[in-house]
Design a protein around this ligand. Sequence first.
Ligand SMILES: *Cc1c(COP(=O)(O)O)cnc(C)c1O
Length: 461
Amino acid sequence: MIRDSYIKTVIEPFKIKTVEPIKFTNEEDRKHILSEAGYNTFLIDAENVLIDLLTDSGTSAMSSKQWAGLLDGDESYAGSRSFFRMEAMVRKITGLTHIIPTHQGRAAEKILFSIIGGEGKVVPNNTHFDTTRANVEFSGALAVDCLNEDGKHPEVIADFKGNMDIAKLEATIQKYGADNIPAVLITVTNNSGGGQPVSMENIRQTRAVCDKYGLKLIMDSCRFAENAYFIKLREPGYADKTPLEIAQEMFSYADGSTMSAKKDGLVNIGGWLALNDDDLAVLCRNLLIVTEGFPTYGGLAGRDLEAIAQGLEEILDEDYLHYRIKSTEYLGRKLNEQGVPILMPPGGHAIYLDARRFLPEIPQEQFPAQSITCALYLDGGIRAVEIGSVMFGRKENGVFIAPDLELVRLAIPRRVYTQSHIDYVIEVVKHVHDRRNELKGLRLTYEAPMLRHFTARFEYL
Ligand SMILES: *Cc1c(COP(=O)(O)O)cnc(C)c1O
């Protein structure tokens, strides 16, 4: 690692071996494309996007060793060598006993909550990710978020805004009764809470509460490596530990892990459910065979397992994590310096524009975050995603109920874009912010009864 004090630039810790061209469009084209897509960026063909910041999920660039691993993958139905390599890696990092591969994170959630969830059960979490909440609720159980107070305020600067509110967790357990709580979840980093990290101390305190009431702790570990690096940077006592050592300690407090390898697995598909409980693991494996596949491939090809094993080696590399966290911070810092309101401090995998401060004149009912999302595409061909009134707003008896936060997420795919792409994004966001007085609110012309953000259509007011 080179960290000479005169060097200010954080360079990409890789060189490029394969390239994929991106298509340039002009503003006239984009006006037409956006109107055809009903002003919903989910409905724009990816081909017509210049810089795609819709999600960091499954969009990572794989390394030459991962691509080589694809060719080397063992496609045996049972007992594949690639599974044993993946299993060994996951076990080395998590220390957990039973490693059950799944095709992505929500498959692990579906299996777990089909068994431990159900009517009358309650699952606390710092913040449930949308698929996690959906799977808890689909089983009939209640999903309760216990996010600490700092995490609810976009302008508050704190080190660990993803933390569990320990008092609220305990109050939740007492309110519903420990017997009705099949597990406590903790999400690292906290995706729906702005990609903010959770401290080791908070994980330890959560463990202590679980011990007090005899509860299981399951880590939703999609961004465990990014979280480990934040702990190294920010928490006393961890500066000299490796990301692997920190990750191992994080997992040592957990009884299980659900994982989307599409995030910190550095792959395009894959995940796992890992558990210590032998009896629960048997039940989960049996359901896996019905829904995903045999326990040594779980809905994946052997080559995918090989790519995950290699991705897990690479994700904990300190030069990679330094670049990952610093490059996301770079985007956030530059926007903040130029007066663009963002959720502070920058998270691990994304920067969130705070639409309420960006467009204070447009009421939430007129979807200000969606309007910014449209302007980013029109001005620069950038695709972001609205996380605000379209995604979470609702009507009760005809009255609009606004969500707490009105955000535009710029998620950064891993190892995909260079600093000049990010500099371009900064210029476009700045330009949209400079002409924010010209932006208009939107009105829905179509909405589906559930998860409307994926298919909704709009027109300008
Ligand atoms: C992405 C994600 C999931 C679900 O994973 P998929 O692979 O998309 O099914 C669950 N929890 C968190 C925190 C996530 O970010």
